[in-house]
Write a protein that binds this ligand. Structure first.
Ligand code: OXD
Ligand code: MN
Length: 586
């Protein structure tokens, strides 16, 4: 078993990092609203944040080279290379530590080293976990305050000996005495290294999102997925929503979509169908476990939202717009002349006199977007207007359906129900999506993203698939699994499905299936809604649900080639499932 650090270890760990990084001072963040306000003041003085006209809201602008998650320089450093699999970049742990120690040597000079004790998940939940992030970025501390539970209570638990995951982060730009700081310090050398066996994360050079807020992708997904494999639970890139039907019955769904495919929009959907209600437990990460009653339960380990701003509008996502009306940190959005925010898609016409995300006057006629396409808002979940009453329930919420969705302009129908757990696991493993701006790389390119976890699975994905399969045991009441695709296009390249609020119809169909109220038809790829049982007119139904068998056979051949990268670790059951599907298609 990996060694877990304890209180006295924490003090010596902090001391070890202080000696290495040589900060000017050390501050243990106490997580109080007052400490948060002090941080904001300091960030305004340093020009990292600019106050906005929205109450208690601020704008940060990053440097152009620090705008997204950096998969190319993200490493999993387990002792044995095969443990991390072909889905991760690997570096031998001792070698990586050597490199890190040389980069971190003196890197915090002239800066404050903040220590952030934090908890991921509701207080008292058997699935919640503790962390400590050490960082020289006050912007990171402010974001962690909104995204996790920080301060005395998690610190006390650690002092009492509870295990925690340690993270060390630096923007990688020390300050010589008298040197003036820049608003967004960073380093052109960037690295994000995970040590699952030591439960440790080191991140250097970037101040942005998942690279720097170590509780999110680094801990709650990469490290936690490995912990979940060992513990028999799950740590997934999934939103969690509660849906109530007109009869007052409530069910919870979890849904995995690759980054930038509308998870936050779906998690806060205004369900306009008469009598239906949707409430949000979380928009990005789900930790789940089977309990004695045989059902799968989920908690959201996060306390806030770090959502993509562009594309968000009153018409499409009124709940999100309401949520970010105040108490919000914005990063890389455009600024209006009255010191408010704007981004592409917020209104049809951009307002006059915008300042773009570089801080320059925006030329309307330019091809450059005013807001960076991966611009973000950070806001506490307490601002969520449809927060589920069980969002902080330590016992979690029971999950009845799991959805896998990608951005596919062809092939995948609007919704398909898996025949069984194995078929559903194959659906998750087969997920692929056209790339978005949430990660660096070419937007639009199709890439495999099994379970939407490709950038986040902290171990060999072959083993991860096997772990999912292994959960179907005993008398467990397994959730039903669905594939969804809002992004199918017609011959003219137009989206067939309007998406957004219309997606409520798909959620309602899934709910009614679970209630046994809706019939489905068997097809080679799974169960589709019966034409009469799905609320769209005839020709649209055909466009949304037609199955191109030849294209599916090509997809299967391509999937086989892809799965081959996992070699021996790719589960035989999934190979069999793929062959069965192929036979049904032939
Ligand atoms: C995110 C991501 O920030 O998936 O949630 O990139
Ligand atoms: Mn995400």
């Amino acid at each position: 078993m990996p060694s877990n650090k304890t209180d006295s270890a924490l003090a010596s760990y902090i001391e070890k990092i202080r000696e290495l990084t040589k900060p000017e001072s050390v501050v243990v963040f106490d997580g109080t609203p007052l400490a948060y306000q002090e941080l904001l003041k300091e960030l305004v003085l340093k020009k990292t944040l600019e106050p906005l006209s929205r109450e208690n809201s601020f704008l940060a602008r990053s440097t152009p080279d620090d705008v997204a998650r950096l998969e190319e320089v993200t490493f999993i450093c387990s002792k044995v290379r095969e443990e991390v699999g072909p889905n991760n970049r690997w570096q031998e742990p001792t070698k990586m530590k050597e490199e890190l120690y040389s980069r971190f040597n003196g890197c915090m000079q002239g800066r404050v080293m903040y220590v952030i004790p934090y908890r991921m998940g509701p207080k008292g939940s058997p699935l919640s976990k503790l962390g400590v992030e050490i960082t020289d970025s006050a912007y990171v501390v402010a974001n962690m305050y909104l995204m996790t539970t920080t301060g005395k209570e998690p610190l006390l638990a650690i002092e009492e000996g509870a295990p925690y995951v340690a993270g060390v982060h630096s923007v990688g730009r020390s300050l010589l005495s008298g040197e003036e700081d820049v608003p967004w310090p960073s380093n052109s050398y960037k690295v994000i290294a995970h040590f699952p066996e030591e439960r440790e994360i080191w991140s250097f050079g970037s101040g942005y999102g998942g690279n720097a807020l170590l509780g999110k992708k680094c801990f709650a997904l990469r490290i936690a997925s490995k912990m979940a494999e060992e513990e028999g639970s799950l740590a997934e890139h999934m939103l969690i929503i509660g849906i109530t039907n007109p009869k007052g019955k409530k069910r919870y769904f979890a849904a995995a979509f690759p980054s930038g495919c509308g998870k936050t929009n779906l998690a806060l959907l205004q369900m306009d169908l008469p009598g239906w209600k949707l409430e949000c437990v979380g928009d990005d990460i789900a930790w789940m476990w089977f309990k004695e009653d045989g059902r799968l339960y989920a908690i959201n380990p996060e306390q806030g939202f770090f959502g993509i701003a562009p594309g968000t509008s009153m018409a499409i996502s009124p709940h999100i717009m309401k949520m970010i009306e105040k108490d919000t940190l914005f990063t890389n959005v455009a600024e209006t002349k009255d010191k408010d925010v704007w981004w592409e898609g917020m209104t049809k016409e951009p307002p006059e006199d915008l300042i773009d995300w570089h801080g320059k006057r925006w030329d309307k006629s330019s091809k450059e977007a005013a807001a960076q396409p991966n611009a973000r808002f950070t806001v506490s979940k307490t601002r969520c207007p449809i927060l589920d009453p069980n969002s902080d329930n330590p016992h979690g919420v029971p999950i009845d359906a799991i959805l896998f969705g990608g951005r596919r302009s062809s092939l995948t129908p609007l919704v398909v129900e898996a025949r069984d757990w194995r078929g559903g696991v194959l659906m998750g493993a087969s997920l692929s999506s056209e790339k978005t701006a949430a990660a660096v790389g070419k937007v639009g390119e199709l890439r495999h993203d099994p379970f939407a976890m490709l950038p986040f699975c902290g171990y060999n994905m072959g083993d991860y698939f096997a772990h999912w399969l292994s959960l179907a045991k005993g008398s467990r009441i397994l959730p039903k699994i669905y594939s969804v695709n809002w992004f199918r296009k017609d011959e003219d390249g137009r989206f067939i499905w309007p998406g957004y609020k219309e997606n409520a119809k798909v959620l309602a169909w899934i709910f009614e299936r679970l209630e046994g109220e809706k019939e489905a038809i068997e097809t080679p790829i799974g169960l589709l809604p019966k034409k009469e049982a799905f609320p769209v007119e005839g020709s649209l139904y055909e466009k949304l649900f037609s199955i191109d068998k030849k294209a599916y056979l090509r997809e299967i051949a391509e999937l086989r080639e892809y799965f081959a990268i996992f070699g021996e670790r790719f589960p035989r059951e999934l190979e069999e499932e793929l062959t069965l599907m192929e036979k049904r298609l032939l």
